[in-house]
Ligand binder design. Structure first.
Ligand code: FRU
Length: 912
């Protein structure tokens, strides 16, 4: 852009210089004309003709200076021309002598001088132009000689003394007159070229000498004045007047001849136009004559008319030329302004063209660059796509690997659960109690527990990566919490003589923490500390309350520490310190950090003597979202696999409920892991009748058995646990059966999916047997409560829409059918099952499950309710009511009625 502006500026300057060059070329030829005076018409005509000629020469710049008949001024005027360095000077001198020097000066200055009309002394001028004044005097003399009758007296009136025409005219005139002895110049009057100078001297002469026949005046103005003077003395007709100049103007020589005032006049051309032509020739250094003589002629009454006509024509042509000149000047002006406009337009055209070229150039180069950029862009997009594809492939393969490991980890959980459950049973088994076997079994339990922890870490790592963790904090006394976790390490500390301490000034200090996650953090840090602290070492947990609303929990050990240059890496996944020779997954610290960050806290490591991990947590709840806080009771998601926990389980396990076989509730376990099935069967058979299915016949079995509870795994061969649950909950025959999902998938989505499929309880593996048992009895208890409700509100059960429960609608529908057929003695249970679309057995089991009594009893109850209604109406007697409701005898009706309401029908009727 800068270069194009430069280019336009250059163009502009070039245009300007073009204009200025043009002006230089058009430099005019300066011609200075020093005119003696302009008081008379001859001089005016001279000026006019020189101007006309100049106007015909566009290169000429004519400057006329009028000396006003003042010799000093004329000298000054010429001096100015010289100093202004005009190219040529034309001088019409007032007098000859005084101007000689200044003309010579001009010649010396290199300015040529053309002298016109009157002469200067000497020859130091470039050229002279004018008529031959001696000849004019001679012509006048000859005219008088030829027109006189032999003799005559003449008065000569000369021009101003000192001017060459006066001298020369007089000289020539005298030469001719002298030749004729009878013709005599009686008097000579020395005029000054103007009429006034004539009057007085002439009058005096005429008065004293009235016989004068001719008066020759050196110009027409003086001749007219002589005529006027003669007239004053009455001699104007007697005397003949001859003048010089012969101007074709008002009172000019020609008019005076025509009017008879003058007898004749000798033409004395001004030579204005010839003077300018000569000046140009002088400027151009063309060869010219020194003396350029203009022609002259006598004008008398014979040719005055013709000459006047010719001169008129010349004047007319002059006028035409004048007007044409005027028109040309206007056109020149127009041309000049148009020329300027054209130049301006050309300039702008050049700019527009330049800009157009530039914009075309720019457009082309922009489009080229655009194309280039597009190509680069496309390449980048292609590369990006390639990278994305590769990233996707990498991610997919990574996902696949992770899914494989996650799946595998889930798979590991079931056998570990089994191992641990059996081991827990073994620990408390009376047969091995007190033997060395117990220690070995505890070792198995400890290592299973460790394995489980590692698997959980792997699963947590995946969960953190997928950002699936949500904080579930509850208000926790941190001292108690720490102490509880420490309990698990106290045995090891004692065994290895490690000084294991907790310091905390405020034992009531409360923090909102996710106890499940923080338990994992503590376990990690403590496991590490114990791993790297030698026997007889020291491990201290310090809880310090800061002034800035934070709490520091420090885990300090006297172990080997971590090299300083590796400190920043310890929280990176899969990091292992260079001085660590022990087995390590490398994700424990990474997970710990992520869990602390979830709490909006920080964790840092100091390692000088041993290692010190410092967790900083915020007090209060302002940093937590409402969704990140739960009730204290809910936050029990702590791995229930510690021996202490399991002792409780076993305590419960060992409580043998003595339940007769017929009173036992029925369970259906849908699980494809044979070991787990065997374990559950072994542990639950005391209290429940346990049926099993590997999943392939789950629905059929559920329909056939109509169990009181279903325990179902998720990952099954045919249909998964969600599908089975959904189907069972949809079917009227099984919709009432509570379902417990038992799965290794503990993430939120899986739980949600389980609940959406209608399951009643969701337990994750490894599960605590006590929790499972608790869940079963809890669900059965709830079922009992519901049954109580149904039994006691048999006629007030709300329609399904209100409670959204299939069972309610089932009972309502069933009751409606019974009520419709209550007076039909042939209406059987089979008819009812048919109308409800279930089998007799299913109806029996479903009704038993929901309302706790068998269907025939329920129908009887409905009949008895109806009987009570009829007894109140008092329209029928007891026998009629008994038969109408299908009772076999009034006695049987009375017994049944009394059983239900406590009073006989008779008493009931009379009480109402
Ligand atoms: C004009 C004039 C003419 C005459 C000439 C002589 O000023 O007086 O009439 O012929 O000068 O120089």
């Amino acid at each position: 852009m800068y270069s194009i502006i430069k280019y336009i500026l250059m163009l502009f300057l070039a245009s300007l210089s073009l204009v200025s060059c043009k002006q230089k070329q058009g430099d005019k030829i300066k011609v200075g004309f020093s005119q003696a005076m302009t008081t008379d018409d001859w001089r005016k005509q001279m000026n006019s003709s020189i101007k006309i000629e100049a106007s015909l020469q566009p290169e000429v710049e004519l400057k006329i200076s009028d000396a006003n008949n003042n010799i000093e001024k004329q000298i000054d005027d010429i001096e100015r021309f010289i100093s202004n360095k005009v190219d040529v000077i034309i001088v019409s001198p007032i007098q000859s002598k005084p101007l000689t020097a200044v003309v010579e000066k001009s010649i010396k200055a290199g300015i040529p001088v053309l002298v016109v009309d009157r002469k200067i002394d000497g020859e130091k001028y470039t050229a002279y132009l004018g008529a031959d004044n001696i000849e004019i005097g001679r012509i006048a003399g000859r005219y008088i000689v030829s027109h006189s009758k032999g003799s005559c007296k003449i008065i000569e009136i000369t021009g101003a003394i000192g001017s060459s025409p006066a001298y020369e005219r007089s000289l020539g005139f005298g030469q001719i007159i002298k030749e004729n002895k009878r013709i005599k110049i009686e008097n000579t009057i020395h005029g000054d070229w103007e009429g006034e100078s004539v009057k007085e001297p002439l009058k005096a002469i005429l008065l004293s000498n009235p016989n004068i026949e001719y008066i020759f005046a050196h110009n027409d103005r003086m001749a007219l004045s002589a005529w006027e003077t003669a007239k004053t003395v009455g001699l104007e007709k007697k005397i003949k007047f001859i003048g010089v100049d012969g101007l074709n103007t008002v009172n000019g020589g020609i008019e005076l001849v025509k009017s008879g005032v003058l007898d004749g006049t000798i033409l004395y051309p001004t030579g204005g136009n010839e003077a300018l032509k000569l000046a140009l020739k002088m400027y151009n250094k063309e060869p010219i004559a020194k003396n350029n003589i203009l022609n002259t002629i006598v004008i008398d009454k014979n040719n005055a008319e013709i000459i006047e006509n010719q001169m008129d024509k010349v004047d007319q042509q002059q006028a035409v030329i004048d007007s044409q000149q005027g028109a040309i000047k206007i056109q020149e002006k127009e041309y000049a302004s148009q020329n300027n406009l054209v130049r301006l337009l050309s300039f702008f055209l050049v700019i527009i063209l330049s800009l157009t070229i530039y914009s075309i150039y720019s457009t082309i180069s922009i489009s080229r660059k655009k194309k280039q950029l597009e190509r680069i862009n496309q390449t980048v997009i292609d590369q990006n796509n390639e990278i994305q594809e590769m990233a996707q492939i990498a991610q997919k393969s990574n996902e696949a690997k992770l899914n494989f490991f996650t799946g595998l980890s889930h798979e590991f959980k079931t056998p570990i659960t089994l191992i641990m459950s059996y081991v827990e049973s073994l620990i408390e088994n009376e047969k091995i109690k007190g033997t060395t076997l117990v220690d070995e079994v505890k070792l198995i339990h400890k290592n299973s527990n460790r394995l489980l922890r590692l698997i959980n870490q792997l699963l947590d790592f995946r969960k953190i990566e997928e950002q699936k963790f949500t904080l579930r904090t509850s208000n926790t006394k941190i001292y108690e919490f720490t102490n509880e976790v420490m309990t698990n390490f106290k045995g090891e500390a004692a065994r290895r003589n490690i000084d294991f301490q907790l310091t905390c000034k405020n034992k009531n200090l409360e923090l909102f923490i996710d106890r499940g996650l923080m338990d994992k953090v503590y376990f990690n840090l403590l496991s590490n500390a114990f791993k790297f602290t030698p026997d007889n070492g020291k491990i201290t947990i310090s809880i310090i309350e800061n002034h800035d609303n934070t709490v520091k929990i420090s885990f300090k050990d006297s172990g080997i520490g971590i090299p300083e240059n590796e400190l920043s890496n310890v929280f990176n996944p899969f990091f292992r310190a260079s001085n660590n020779n022990k087995n390590s997954s490398g994700i424990g610290l990474h997970l710990s950090k992520e869990f602390v960050l979830l709490h909006h806290g920080t964790i840092e490591l100091k390692s000088k003597q041993g290692s010190e991990f410092v967790i900083t947590l915020l007090k209060g709840i302002s940093h937590l979202q409402p969704s990140e806080m739960i009730n204290k009771e809910e936050n029990l998601d702590v791995t229930p696999n510690l021996i202490s926990d399991n002792l409780d389980i076993e305590t419960e396990l060992n409580v043998v409920n003595v339940v007769s076989e017929s009173e036992k509730h029925t369970l259906l376990v849908i699980e494809d892991n044979i070991d787990l099935v065997a374990f559950l069967k072994a542990k639950l058979s005391n209290e429940y009748v346990v049926h099993t299915s590997d999943g392939s016949d789950a629905i059929e079995k559920a329909m056939e058995i109509v169990p009181d509870i279903i325990i179902c795994d998720i990952n099954l061969v045919d249909k998964d646990g969600y599908e089975i649950s959904k189907e069972l909950k949809k079917d009227l025959r099984s919709s009432h059966i509570p379902i417990i999902i038992l799965t290794a998938q503990s993430d939120k989505e899986s739980t949600l999916k389980g609940l959406q499929s209608g399951v009643d309880q969701y337990l994750t593996k490894p599960f605590s047997l006590s929790i499972l048992k608790q869940s079963i009895s809890g669900l059965l208890f709830n079922r009992e409560k519901l049954r109580y409700y149904y039994t006691n509100n048999i006629y007030r059960i709300e329609p399904e829409s209100k409670f959204g429960n299939q069972e309610q609608s089932f009972i309502t529908k069933m009751n409606d059918i019974i009520k419709l057929n209550v007076e039909n003695p042939k209406f059987s249970v089979e008819d009812l099952a048919d109308k409800l679309g279930v089998s007799r057995v299913q109806l029996y089991r479903k009704v038993k499950a929901i309302i706790g009594i068998n269907i025939s009893d329920h129908i009887n109850n409905v009949k008895l309710e109806k009987a009570a209604e009829l007894l109140k109406s008092n329209n029928m007697n007891i026998s009629e009511i008994a038969y109408s409701l299908g009772f076999s005898s009034p006695n049987y009706f009375s017994t049944a009625f009394k059983n239900k309401f406590g009073i006989s029908p008779k008493e009931y009727k009379s009480s109402n």
